[in-house]
Design a protein. Structure first.
Length: 1009
């Protein structure tokens, strides 16, 4: 069939017409005739090719198309679409100069993520999409060959459902329904909001329909009678004729919100900024079962029109919430987003007829600067008036960030919200009331932040404890995070404290505790102590009738037995799991075969209890924890006396010796390893003494592997460390006392420096030895103080080792003309003052840089001991590793220089044998090695597979540094030995006071090296 299109003919011209070419214009449905005239250019030859195109659709072409494009062109078309849209272009015609790499004439399309270059005829028929809402097309030509050019059409395509409306299908061929990935929950109340526009009215029509798994339906629309709008639930029709008529639906988009609550059976309609209420008694107490199918329309009974922004919430909104509802508020059950819907192709459509409120923007092309008078004239022309005193200022406008989605307090999940908008959520767990929270603006820097949640309308937990507990039971079926565990446990503690605890409520609380116990050890660690104390409080408060009560769950079982001191003849409890069951059970009557746990209380239990005390006992409580992950508090050390309780008439001496257990530091359960029964234990109490395993290597754990050493090696390293540190502390004290006691020994500089080094090592070893013990007190301030002093004395030890090398350099290298005024005073300022400045700075910046750390692992990969030390890795690597590295490099250099000096002078001697020279040099090497702290360098090699070996070397040599200094720089020094013999020995071992003096009349030659 031929189709005739209107022609736009060539205009009359005095120039000679060369040719006419018809060009289709798809948007207008016309054929435009492009005319070529003699002369410079055709009248229709496009010259302005720097354009910004914002229309929903259109086309553009190269200059002079379809004639050859001019030389040396540089064109750029910027295509902009609104947010939520992309730009799509199609090459209707394309011919440019062909060249390898398109080095001459080319079109470059910038899609937002990549640039695509075309030349020749390669782009003909292609379609390209932008990645965002902006696309840029540029064209350039050179001075030589020209071709016909190109013709490109463009259109804006919506990619976000928020920018599209959908036409409801009128038959079963196409169905708009919620995605299978979206689960509709069981609802006792709901709110739906949508915008709708009618095309034609039918006798019966449905806007939305929900069908649960049992086939029950909930629908909203015009009843079959054709004149009554109704909400239908399970066949029960709730007529809305009093608040809504079919005439309310027009050809213009209008917002409707519908909320319903099972508690009241009341339905609220929000339309035209007003609330209208209808009573639907037939729906009172009904529940909408979850897991069904939700769709828009109902085949041939579908509403004839379009729907936009359909959203659903699992609570009934109030009037205040409706009035503050914004179009971008996100539905927490269903939202107007592609992720929530399955929409057949062709039903979603954009609508360019929407109008928006916006600020007037004028474009000035004649001037880049607008004067005050010009702006005033334009404002007055549009507003008829302008207030006086207005001042023109330059303003920089930036969008305000939304408040992020977050959960606060627990179970109140607030969606991302625009500034100055108030969100409402149903109270937890009583959804009849609402909590609110506002996204505020901080006016000093215009940042957005959440206000505190207003939960004042929510019912007191004391009044609805059972409902709160039931809700907690529902939401704790999945594994919880650390914060969630803490919040749930706090809520349970509040329920136990404020509520009257009957057996029904207690059973729900026990189930919640059982669910909480399925969480990871890490999540439970911080709340384990509260859980244990709350369970103890729970069993004390439970009210019951009868001789006993048992409350059981999968992981926790409670047994409570009424106690009568006058008739008590012994009792027993046992926990077991019956066949074909997963829940625990409690047996009060007799011994259960193969129980998980059993406790027998003999009749002699009250033999040591007075009558008055016995009468105060009203119940016996039995608690069985199937999992041990709650028992993670290291400060708890328990003593147990295990008895053969099978015989109620047992004697006290049939009990086995008491045993001490200590909680694992993070694994749950209990271990007797490292714990012993101390003196003072008797039948009434058990005294427990437990050690703490920590090795010296953690002070310079550069590789960070000390915390991963297994328990066996950690124990060996601990023994080495504690023995070494103890010996070093004693030897350092002896060295220090020797030099203090004998004035002749401390006259020279080396002796005074050695005294300071020994003092530093003495305090370092002493603080290290008591560190783990003090860490067990779980006192944060005490632990920080211990770590502070340990860090300080470690740095002073490093510093005095460095000062030893500095002194040797001055004494042996700069021998002549070297005099330093107040030499030792300056050394003391550096040796004690510099480390003090470092640790004080660390504390001033962040005192929490010090604290408690776990070291040593058991077979379960859990920590076995704690130690107060530097927690902040930056502080550790800068002040410990970095500081020591500088001193170590300096000491190595000085060590080499000193050894060269010693070896050079020893080689000049002729009165010693080679063996004597070698032994003397070896002694010098060993003594300098420990004096300058060379063995601390083992820390640099404790990496990878050799980490453990160097940890052993580090712990052995450095924990014994005080011993080696005592041996080589005190015990083996001749003048020290003489002082000991003179003042500490008796009889023939005592050295005469005049020994060592030169007799009168004799002569001696002294050679000093």
């Amino acid at each position: 069939m031929l189709q005739y299109l209107p022609l736009l003919l060539c205009p009359l011209s005095t120039r000679r017409l060369l040719s006419c070419i018809p060009v289709p214009i798809p948007v207008l449905g016309l054929l435009k005739v492009m005319c070529s005239y003699s002369g410079l250019a055709a009248p229709d030859c496009q010259t302005d090719c720097i354009q910004v195109l914002t229309a929903p659709e259109g086309s553009f072409w190269s200059p002079c198309y379809p004639r050859d494009y001019p030389k040396n062109q540089a064109c750029r078309w910027t295509l902009q679409a609104p947010a939520g849209f992309i730009v799509q272009i199609a090459f209707l015609d394309f011919e440019l100069e062909e060249a390898l790499g398109c080095i001459y004439d080319r079109v470059v399309v910038s899609t937002g993520t990549s640039d695509v270059t075309f030349c020749g005829i390669t782009a003909n028929g292609l379609t390209l999409n932008s990645s965002g809402n902006i696309m840029e097309v540029s064209f350039s030509s050179d001075f030589s060959v020209q071709k016909r050019g190109f013709n490109i059409s463009y259109r804006q395509v919506a990619v976000a459902l928020r920018n599209q409306k959908v036409a409801l299908p009128q038959n079963a061929a196409k169905v708009i329904q919620v995605s299978n990935q979206v689960s509709i929950p069981t609802l006792q109340q709901f709110t739906v909001c949508f915008e709708v526009a009618r095309t034609t009215q039918k006798k019966g029509e449905t806007i939305f329909l929900y069908t649960d798994p049992s086939g029950n339906t909930v629908s909203f629309g015009l009843s079959s009678s054709g004149n009554v709008m109704a909400l239908t639930m399970d066949g029960q029709e709730c007529a809305l004729s009093a608040i809504l008529s079919p005439a309310s639906f027009t050809a213009t988009m209008k917002l409707f919100c519908l909320s319903w609550s099972s508690l009241s059976g009341r339905l609220n309609l929000y339309v035209d900024n007003n609330i209208r209420v209808a009573s639907c008694a037939a729906t009172t107490g009904k529940t909408i079962t979850g897991g069904g199918t939700f769709r828009l329309g109902d085949n041939s009974l579908s509403f004839d029109g379009t729907v936009y922004n359909f959203r659903m919430w699992n609570y009934a909104m109030s009037k205040t919430e409706f009035s503050t509802l914004t179009c971008d508020a996100i539905g927490n059950v269903i939202d107007w987003d592609n992720a929530f819907w399955n929409i057949p192709s062709g039903l979603a459509q954009t609508d360019s007829t929407y109008t928006f409120q916006a600020l007037l923007k004028s474009r000035y092309t004649s001037s880049t600067t607008l004067q005050y008078s010009v702006i005033k004239e334009r404002l007055v022309s549009r507003n008829q008036t302008l207030g006086g005193g207005l001042v023109l200022e330059t303003a920089s406008v930036q969008p305000l960030e939304n408040c992020p989605a977050e959960e606060s307090p627990f179970h109140y999940i607030w969606p991302e919200t625009q500034p100055a908008v108030t969100q409402f959520l149903p109270c937890f767990p009583n959804k009849a009331q609402s909590a609110s929270r506002t996204c505020n603006i901080y006016w000093q820097n215009f940042t957005s932040f959440w206000s505190l949640a207003d939960v004042s309308n929510c019912t007191d937990i004391k009044k609805n404890a059972a409902e709160v507990a039931a809700t907690l039971a529902d939401i704790t079926h999945n594994e919880l995070s650390t914060d969630e565990v803490s919040t749930v446990v706090t809520k349970l503690k509040e329920i136990v404290i404020v509520s009257k605890m009957n057996s029904s409520l207690a059973s729900t609380v026990v189930n919640v505790f059982s669910n909480v116990m399925t969480s990871s050890d890490t999540a439970l660690a911080a709340s384990s102590e509260i859980v244990l104390k709350t369970v103890e409080e729970l069993v004390q408060k439970i009210e019951f009738d009868g001789p006993s009560l048992s409350i059981t769950s999968r992981n926790l079982a409670l047994g409570i037995s009424a106690f009568n001191s006058s008739s008590f003849n012994g009792t027993s409890f046992s926990a077991y799991i019956p066949p074909n069951s997963t829940d625990l059970q409690i047996n009060f009557e007799s011994q259960q075969d193969n129980p998980l746990a059993a406790v027998t209380l003999p009749a002699t239990l009250l033999s040591n209890v007075s009558q008055a005390e016995a009468e105060l006992i009203s119940r016996i409580n039995f608690m069985f924890f199937r999992k041990t992950n709650l028992f993670q508090v290291q400060k708890y050390i328990y003593g147990f006396r295990e008895c053969d309780c099978g015989d109620p008439q047992m004697r006290a001496d049939t009990c086995k010796p008491p045993t001490c257990f200590c909680a694992y530091n993070g694994s749950g359960g209990w271990s007797s390893e490292g714990c012993n029964v101390g003196q003072g234990s008797d039948s009434n109490r058990t005294v427990c003494l437990c050690n703490h395993l920590t090795n010296f290597g953690i002070l310079m754990d550069i590789s960070g592997a000390a915390a991963q050493i297994d328990a066996q090696n950690n124990k060996i390293l601990t023994f080495i460390t504690y023995i070494g540190c103890g010996v070093s502390a004693i030897c350092s004290a002896v060295t220090l006392l020797t030099y203090i006691a004998f004035e002749k020994l401390r006259r020279d500089y080396p002796s005074k420096i050695l005294m300071n080094l020994s003092t530093s090592l003495l305090f370092l070893n002493m603080v290290f030895l008591i560190d783990s013990w003090l860490a067990s007190f779980n006192n944060t301030d005490l632990c920080i103080s211990v770590a502070f002093f340990l860090h300080y004395f470690l740095l002073t030890s490093f510093t005095w080792m460095g000062l030893e090398s500095v002194h040797m350099y001055i004494a042996l290298v700069k021998v002549f003309n070297t005099y330093i005024r107040r030499y030792i005073l300056k050394f003391c300022i550096v040796g004690w003052g510099l480390p003090a400045a470092i640790v004080v700075t660390v504390v001033a910046v962040d005192r929490n840089s010090y604290g408690k750390e776990d070291y040593g692992k058991d077979e379960h990969g859990q920590g076995s001991s704690q130690f107060c030390w530097v927690k902040n890795l930056v502080v550790f690597y800068v002040t410990c590793v970095g500081y020591f590295s500088v001193i170590f490099l300096m000491n190595v250099a000085m060590f080499i220089v000193v050894m060269i000096q010693i070896c050079g002078r020893n080689g000049k001697r002729s009165n010693r044998t080679l063996r004597e020279e070698m032994l003397r040099s070896l002694r010098s090497v060993v003594s300098l090695t420990f004096l300058l702290g060379m063995t601390w360098g083992f820390a640099f090699f404790a990496w990878g597979p050799v980490n453990l070996a160097f940890m052993y070397l580090f712990s052995i040599f450095n924990s014994l540094q005080g011993l080696f200094i005592f041996i080589f720089h005190c015990a083996l020094k001749e003048n020290v030995q003489k002082q000991w013999q003179r003042y500490l020995c008796c009889g023939r071992f005592r050295l005469a006071d005049n020994s060592g003096k030169t007799p009168v009349g004799s002569s001696s030659i002294v050679v000093t090296l």
